[in-house]
Ligand binder design. Structure first.
Ligand code: ADP
Length: 416
């Protein structure tokens, strides 16, 4: 029986719960034992201190009441925790100090449409150090877990790729320091790691879309629509800052979806050194064509050709001074990140969660670690290492002002 652990890490994104649910249910359906890790990499490093191993807890008597399969599969599908218990911080004796928990079918009931991530996420400095990754490896091995599904952004998946790359040497160290036995070492010679991209930024290379990005785009579009009412009524200009870190996807898509007048993104800085005049000329001509409102979207990572950040307040200042527009700035902030996942994110998370389990079950010591992506509307396995490398390459290319290369790596077809 494969023992699969699933965690969410990095920035939360709508649809992460749907992905955890899909991994848990598909894992159970395919006869695996499934564990959730609370609080991302931090939970994996913290492990189950002062607690009995997660799998000694007996399934509650009432589990069958909630699930029609109890007659067929019995304990395999039974809930491992009381209803709601899994989700409460430190709730119940059984959860104290426990971050890695075995789950049953009922434990993930109702998770499909809930925003954020119910199993928690955290930034974890320890996991950036080898010592932290060694403790994480120890915690996995001591629970007999041999596969890990990581749902997170490019940082989290970079961490996953490092854990994968170091696995043999981590085992050497753990055996040398007698934290694991030779027998455990040989049993756990391979850890299957599969990545699923949960990120509102859609900033991962080698996949067309990431879980949470479509929902965030909906939120932004709704917000810009709302702003548009006031902008039109008062004939004002609004400069709207949207998230995306070093990626302009949300800004471009929201700009298109809302008919924005001007968009600033990191991967393609304005062509002209004097972008202020270029922008003002464009906006002026829109006004001359009768537009009563002006909407400028600025990605949070937007840059000019000298790699200087383009800040919304500065853009607003230019519009006020040069075009005499009554200009306001709106920073959308975390409104973009939260709330119920849209239908597309639920589907994406479900299909990719299922595929992640299949990838785990197909894995041999020879297969690479996969990231589950989406290419041309098909769920696809791609090399986790290649995807992490290409994503890092985008940042490097921007730093070198090689913007064409950045776009090429980000998405060769779309933005062109
Ligand atoms: P995201 O996954 O949303 O991009 P972060 O970049 O904050 O978010 O990464 C989440 C976590 O992943 C970090 O707190 C850290 O624990 C781990 N991580 C990120 N980069 C690395 C790295 N280079 N090596 C090891 N762990 C990393």
């Amino acid at each position: 029986t494969r023992k699969i652990a699933v965690l969410t890490s990095g920035g939360d994104a709508a649809g992460m719960n749907a992905a955890v649910r899909a991994v848990a249910k598909m894992g159970l359906y395919r006869g695996c034992e499934v564990f959730i890790v609370r609080e991302g990499w931090a939970g994996l490093v913290a492990g189950n201190v002062n607690a009995a191993p997660a799998d000694v807890r007996p399934p509650p008597q009432r589990a069958g009441k909630y699930h029609g399969n109890q007659d067929v599969e019995g304990e395999k599908f039974a809930a491992t925790f009381g209803e709601g218990e899994l989700l409460q911080e430190g709730a119940g004796e059984g959860l104290k100090g426990r971050h890695i928990l075995k789950v049953g079918w009922d434990d993930v009931r109702g998770w499909m449409d809930i925003g954020g991530t119910l199993i928690g996420t955290a930034r974890c400095a320890e996991f950036r150090e080898k010592e932290g990754r060694e403790t994480a490896a120890f915690n996995l091995i001591s629970l007999g877990i041999d596969a890990l599904v990581v749902i997170g952004g490019d940082g989290s998946l970079t961490g996953a790729d490092r854990l994968r790359g170091e696995w043999p040497s981590l085992l050497d160290d753990l055996e040398k320091s007698k934290r694991i036995s030779a027998e455990q070492r040989s049993k756990h010679a391979h850890l299957t790691i599969t990545g699923i991209v949960g990120s509102i930024d859609n900033d991962m290379a080698m996949t067309d879309i990431t879980i949470g990005a479509p929902t965030a785009l909906h939120r932004i579009s709704e917000a810009v629509d709302s702003i548009g009412s006031t902008a039109s009524s008062h004939s004002r200009a609004f400069v709207v800052e949207v998230m995306g870190r070093h990626c302009g996807w949300l800004a471009v898509m929201a700009g298109l979806a809302c008919g924005a007048d001007y968009i600033f993104i990191p991967e393609r800085p304005p062509k002209s050194e004097d972008w202020e005049s270029e922008m003002c000329n464009g906006l002026k001509s829109h006004r001359e064509h009768g537009k009563r409102k002006t909407i400028v979207i600025v990605a949070e990572g937007a840059l000019d050709r000298q790699l200087k950040p383009i800040k919304p307040a500065y853009v607003a200042d230019i519009l006020t001074k040069r075009l005499q527009l009554d200009t306001r700035v709106t920073t959308l902030g975390h409104v973009q990140r939260g709330g119920k996942p849209c239908a597309y994110d639920r589907l994406l998370a479900t299909l990719q969660g299922v595929e992640a389990v299949e990838a785990v079950l197909d894995a041999t010591p020879q297969t690479p670690s996969y990231m589950i992506g989406l290419k041309e509307n098909k769920v696809k396995r791609v090399s986790l290492m290649d995807a992490v490398k290409a994503t890092a390459g985008v940042g490097d290319a921007i730093e070198k002002k090689d913007f064409d290369q950045a776009l090429q790596l980000r998405d060769p077809e779309f933005l062109e």
